[in-house]
Design a binder for this molecule. Structure first.
Ligand code: 5AD
Ligand code: SF4
Length: 440
């Protein structure tokens, strides 16, 4: 069979990254190999994200630009999949205004890719299919980008309906993978040499609720920690309202679970949190932070924050500023509120002025970066265990890796250390990363 070349362009979160890794596996089985040259490609797949408007606009821009390439090379196949294709309006834009797109599929029929490709090649007609057919308990084979740290899906979808968020409409209702299929996949990854795994889900704390017999996330973590070859376990994302004492206890007592939790706060104002339908108050969030730090003093806590949610006043914004002083996050991902059609918040008529949002965003960003810098200074002269992920982009004599607490560390060393967990003494830092020296 003739070898063909593909490109997958991925937008958005780790779930999409991992979906792309799974598509790579399917394509390699069809005798496709990856290329990074658009002129050489026989197939280009856009795995899209719609969480904020700028992600959506980027996709339209990039897919639109492919029209010229398709005219030059009519045999080129262009496919669009991912979260955008789950939303009727966005799918219709691709269908009606991007006629050079040949194949459209969604987040729930990823496994149909070989079939859809074959259908297109056989009939040479556009294929648009987003029907839910995937069996989430199937073993999920993937060609992973990273050879030492692997993503694993444990729960799909979201039932929370935060008022700003489109994810419940793109990824559907919560649904957990069976524990046996997760454990089997991780055992295999361990045998292949993976040392670290990251469990993925919109809300990992809800794991197991819909399974029979019912189980839970702490119990899954305990069973995963018994797989000898796996040395580090990470997970994301946790919803603050579901962060249980039991999970904190398991994190404290299980060495393999990394001392890091990503706990999106979204806003420091209890009033706005209510409007966001987050189901916790600022005080309740702080209580969880205190509990986490009491149990695991050196835990790294990272967060997501939305600025300019409808109706956010100066006072609400100050509450967010005050919360970051109280919590002192190790890292915060900040987003300007983006109106997403179909969500409850999109219907709110008190949208915040763009300039005010930008001003608040900058103020928050500056303070968050200062705090990250101060937090990173605490690592100076400590010795950290670092899983070496690879070499630095511009300098192959510099290695990069991550601490247990998810800090990026750069240090000099040989490539043979890639994939190993090594000791590094921290000698310098900035807001975003640490620098160190390898201790042999
Ligand atoms: N506007 C801005 N940020 C959003 N997020 C989700 N929806 C929106 C939106 N409409 C952010 C939240 C979430 C992160 C993944 O993306 O902070 O935690
Ligand atoms: Fe979106 Fe809220 Fe679900 Fe997270 S928990 S995916 S922010 S609806």
């Amino acid at each position: 069979m003739e070898t063909k070349k593909y490109i997958i362009k991925t937008y958005g979160c780790q779930m999409n990254e991992h979906d792309s890794e799974r598509m790579s596996y399917m394509l390699h089985n069809l005798n496709y190999i990856e290329t990074d040259k658009y002129d050489d490609a026989d197939l280009i797949i856009y795995n899209t994200c719609i969480i904020r408007e700028n992600a959506e606009l980027k996709v339209y821009g990039h897919v639109g630009a492919m029209k010229a390439l398709k005219e030059k090379n009519p045999n080129l196949i262009i496919a669009v999949c991912g979260c955008m294709m789950q939303i009727d309006e966005a799918r219709e834009v691709i269908r009606d205004k991007f006629k050079h797109v040949d194949i459209v599929f969604g987040t729930k029929n990823l496994s149909s890719l070989p079939y859809l490709l074959n259908q297109y090649l056989t009939y040479n007609e556009r294929v648009i299919d987003v029907e839910d057919v995937d069996d989430i308990d199937e073993l999920q084979k993937a060609i992973r980008k990273d050879k030492h740290s692997a993503y694993i899906n444990i729960i799909y979808g979201c039932d929370n309906f935060c008022s700003y968020c489109i994810v419940p409409y793109t990824r559907g209702r919560e649904s957990s993978r069976s524990e046996s299929s997760i454990l089997k996949e991780i055992t295999q990854l361990g045998e292949e040499g993976y040392k670290e795994i990251t469990l993925l889900g919109q809300n990992v704390n809800s794991y197991g609720k819909n399974l029979h017999p019912c189980t839970n996330f702490p119990s899954l973590l305990t069973n995963i920690s018994k797989i000898d070859s796996i040395e580090r376990i990470r997970f994301m994302t946790s919803h603050p309202k579901d962060l249980s004492d039991e999970l904190i206890e398991i994190m404290k007592n299980t060495e393999k679970i990394c001392k890091h939790i990503h706990l999106p706060l979204q806003s420091g104002s209890t009033r706005i949190l209510k409007e966001m339908n987050r189901k916790y108050t600022a005080e309740q969030y702080l209580e969880k932070i205190v509990k986490l730090r009491e149990a695991i003093p050196d835990i790294a806590i990272t967060t997501d924050l939305i600025i300019g949610f409808p109706g956010e006043t100066d006072e609400d914004f100050n509450d967010t500023m005050n919360m970051i002083e109280k919590v002192r996050f190790d890292q915060a991902f900040m987003f300007k509120y983006s109106r997403r059609i179909g969500t409850t918040a999109a219907k709110m008529n008190n949208q915040v002025d763009k300039d005010i949002t930008s001003e608040r965003f900058q103020k928050l960003l500056d303070r968050v970066n200062d705090i990250c810098y101060e937090k990173n200074s605490e690592y100076l002269n400590t010795v950290q265990k670092v899983l070496v992920e690879g070499t630095s982009k511009n300098d192959t004599s510099t290695l990069t890796g991550r601490t247990d607490t998810n800090r990026i560390v750069h240090f000099k060393g040989q490539e043979s250390y890639i994939g190993e967990i090594v000791n590094v003494k921290i000698t310098d830092y900035n807001s975003f990363a640490l620098e160190g020296e390898l201790i042999e």
